[in-house]
Every structure is written in structure tokens, then in C-alpha cells.
Design a protein around this ligand. Structure first.
Ligand SMILES: Nc1ncnc2c1ncn2[C@@H]1O[C@H](COP(=O)(O)OP(=O)(O)OP(=O)(O)O)[C@@H](O)[C@H]1O
Length: 263
């Protein structure tokens, strides 16, 4: 089991931000975490990363039960996490190769001399993520899409069993988004692939590899299960509260709003 949440709730400043969440993430599954702005996605990720603890309920991540042991540091080393806040913390004068290498030490800059084995792994990951051609370029000179792929390679350096991608395609144009998604698909096809949780509020980013989806609404699990059942016209019309249509084409969903006929 990768993660298990049982009746988990989270209270902040007197408000319930997450309520009664039940969620099981099993090894071999890849999940979409889908929710609108303010639905509690970031708060849920903070729980998974042990940056916050449930106010009520029980949870375990990678076999570590929250509350039993002080697990935060031990847990975070085993989770690859790519978010926009990480994006801002990277030393911009480091080149792409150095940024990836730093992932082996869970550090932001590079303070240790990497072994040949670590250098080889970094080079392989740059290749897998399609970043090899700009390995020597300074991070600050890379486009947003190139940066995201470098950060994913960095997150994979420690060989994490769980990779969390928090809205990785935000701000990317169509081609950059597709290049990023293709890289993610390539990682997932490897024999030692981590379980991936991909957070998004864009239906179009859902790749066939994401077999499971959790729909989060107003801090509660609206529904969760097989992606094909979650991302359907009926389910999403109910979720959004307006009539929408989902069209699956080439194993990818497209969302549009159904215009009501005017009288
Ligand atoms: N420390 C806090 N105190 C009070 N309210 C909070 C706190 N942190 C988050 N919230 C509220 O909880 C709700 C969920 O926030 P969260 O950031 O988890 O949502 P999100 O789904 O990640 O949103 P977005 O997609 O916009 O980033 C929001 O209404 C937010 O204002």
C-alpha cells in the first residue's frame, strides 16, 4: 500500500478544510487528483508529505503510520515532489545536470561530489525526460516546460516509490504540455516506475496511464475510482453543477460545456 487515509479531516483556523477523506493508493496504480480552486488539493498533498497532520482520522504513507513515529524527514526522502514552490527555490545559476544531481542529496544546491554512479543515473534521467540536449544550460535560461522536466528528473534521483506532480503542466503551451506528458508516460512504462499522483484541474491533461481518479470537491471526496467512470459527462455535470460533455478520443478526454437552448 502506498497511502491509506481513513476518515481523515483537517481543521485550520476553526474551518474544516478537509472532511472525512477515505482514499487508498495501491502500488502499481497511478492517480489523478482532480479538484477546482480551493477544493483542498494542496492541503491534501501537505498531509501526504507530512507537512500537516490530520486533525481527526488515521493515515499511513509508504507504510509509515502518522502519529506513531516522528516520520516527516524519513518520509519526505522517499517522496518525489514537484510543485511550483520548488520551481522557485532552485539555484538558477546551476545547470540542468547539477539540478538533477542535487536530487540525490535532497538538497537544493549541489554541495557534495557526486559518485560516477550518481552522475550516470542523472544523465540517464535527463535522457528519459528528454532533457539531455540542454543538460549544460543554466536552469534560469530554460523554458518553463524544460524546467518542469528537469525537476521531475531531479525528483526521481532518489528512486522514490511515490512521485507527486502538483499541476506540472500549468502555464505550458499545447506542445510543451504534450512533451511533458509524454515524458511522464515514458517514466511510467519503466519496470521500476514509481506510483504517480498527478494533481490537476484540467481534464485534457489526463493520460491513459492514470487508471484511477479522485474527484475532490469542497474538501470532501466527491467520488473516486476508475478514471473512465469518474471522467464522464454525467459524473462531471454533477461535480461542476452545470451540464458538461466529456468526449473520449484517442484515449484522452475532452471537456466542453453544454449550452442550454435559449427560449
Ligand atoms: N491555514 C489556513 N487557514 C485557513 N484556511 C485555509 C488555510 N489553508 C488553506 N485554507 C483554505 O482551505 C481551502 C483549500 O485550500 P487549498 O490550498 O488546499 O486548495 P487547492 O485545491 O489547492 O486550491 P488551488 O487549486 O487554488 O491551489 C481554501 O478555501 C483555502 O482558503
Amino acid at each position: 500500500m502506498i497511502a491509506e487515509l481513513k476518515n481523515v479531516s483537517l481543521k485550520r483556523d476553526g474551518n474544516w478544510i478537509l472532511q472525512d477523506l477515505n482514499w487508498q493508493v495501491e502500488k502499481g496504480q497511478n492517480w489523478i487528483l482532480f479538484g477546482l480552486n480551493g477544493s483542498g488539493k494542496t492541503s491534501l498533498l501537505n498531509l501526504l508529505n507530512a507537512y500537516a497532520f490530520p486533525t481527526t482520522g488515521t493515515m499511513s504513507v509508504l507504510g509509515m503510520e502518522f502519529g506513531r513515529t516522528y516520520l516527516a524527514e524519513k518520509l519526505r526522502i522517499q517522496i518525489g515532489y514537484v510543485s511550483s514552490s520548488l520551481q522557485q527555490k532552485i539555484e538558477s545559476s546551476d545547470n540542468a545536470f547539477e539540478v538533477v544531481l542535487s536530487g540525490a542529496y535532497a538538497s537544493i544546491g549541489l554541495y557534495e561530489t557526486p559518485t560516477d554512479e550518481i552522475r550516470e543515473r542523472a544523465a540517464q534521467l535527463l535522457y528519459d525526460l528528454g532533457c539531455f540536449d540542454y543538460a549544460n544550460r543554466r536552469y534560469e535560461t530554460l523554458s518553463l516546460g524544460e524546467r518542469q522536466r528537469v525537476l521531475i528528473a531531479r525528483a526521481l534521483m532518489a528512486d522514490p516509490p511515490l512521485l507527486i506532480l502538483d499541476e506540472p503542466a500549468n502555464g505550458l503551451d499545447f506542445l510543451a504540455r504534450e512533451a511533458l506528458l509524454e515524458s511522464i508516460e515514458r517514466i511510467s512504462n519503466k519496470p521500476d516506475a514509481p506510483t504517480i499522483i498527478f494533481v490537476t484541474h484540467h481534464i485534457e491533461e489526463i493520460l491513459p496511464m492514470f487508471d484511477k481518479t479522485l474527484l475532490l470537491k469542497e474538501g470532501k471526496v466527491f467520488a473516486s475510482g476508475d478514471t473512465i467512470r469518474m471522467i464522464s459527462s454525467d459524473r462531471l455535470s454533477e461535480f461542476f453543477g452545470i451540464p458538461v460533455s466529456v468526449l473520449w478520443e484517442n484515449d484522452r478526454p475532452l471537456l466542453s460545456r453544454i449550452q442550454m437552448a435559449s427560449k
